[in-house]
Design a protein around this ligand. Structure first.
Ligand code: URA
Length: 242
């Protein structure tokens, strides 16, 4: 199929509202851009349901061949905080939802420790949407192929704060290749948004000590800083300037 024909899929955003009214309306499987060289322009998706529908047919990388479900996101799609993890694991692949295994339970507890609920205050996604075999780290190619979906999700959620769990998430979004122990807890700005690199919950599961200076203790410092920043941003947006 020609690139033009595949690209024409994305004309729906501007011209043909009949095609965006339902996620699975008139899209033909062979119009999904299978070729990773074909860009997905910003602004094509109007809803998460469209992204979900599309990702479940995506073949922009080879991970699509073995997935049970593409894993898009969970939580509040209008949340002020977005969490970006690495990649779905087995539970996530089976349920089609991110962070539903042990790491997810710990992530929910971390959020709850500062009264953030993963249903109400946070939207959770990953750098990539399909499970890599044996849960290996996603390749650069896979991350690149999936990035347009991630960027569209960020655009739709429009979070004030993005939490990047682990070095893979940091590198996938910002390109920063530094190790997570170097950069965790430091605010970085990406495309005008505030991002905080934090440890991946799986790392905390392997390092359960709560002693000062240990990863769990550092996470507690980081999540409190996130809550404080959120409150500052909320009070800024409530103030008036006359
Ligand atoms: N680890 C991740 O990074 N993402 C998930 O969805 C689950 C575990």
């Amino acid at each position: 199929m020609s690139s033009e024909k595949q690209l024409s899929l994305f004309e729906w955003s501007n011209n043909d509202d009949s095609l965006v009214s339902t996620p699975n309306s008139d899209l033909e499987f062979n119009l999904i851009p299978t070729d990773v060289k074909i860009p997905i322009p910003s602004g094509v998706y109007k809803t998460m349901e469209q992204i979900t529908f599309h990702c479940n047919q995506c073949r922009r990388c080879e991970l699509g061949e073995n997935r049970t479900n593409a894993v898009i996101g969970r939580g509040n799609p209008e949340a002020e905080i977005m969490v970006i993890g690495e990649a779905p694991g087995q539970n996530e692949d089976e349920q089609g939802l991110p962070f539903v295994g042990k790491s997810g339970q710990l992530l929910d507890k971390i959020l709850q420790s500062v009264e953030l609920s993963s249903d109400r205050h946070v939207y959770i996604s990953n750098a990539i949407r399909c499970r890599p075999p044996e849960n290996r780290t996603p390749t650069l190619k896979e991350v690149g192929a999936c990035k347009p979906y991630l960027l569209e999700q960020i655009r739709l959620v429009n979070p004030k704060i993005i939490l990047l769990t682990g070095a893979t998430a940091v590198k996938a979004l910002t390109g920063d290749k530094r190790g997570i122990t170097k950069i965790r807890g430091q605010w970085i700005e990406w495309e005008g948004r505030l991002c905080m690199p934090i440890f991946h919950p799986a790392y905390l599961l392997r390092n359960p000590s709560r002693e000062p200076g240990k990863p769990k203790w550092l996470m507690w410092q980081d999540i409190q800083a996130v809550k404080q920043k959120l409150e500052e941003l909320q009070s800024d947006s409530n103030s008036f300037d006359f």
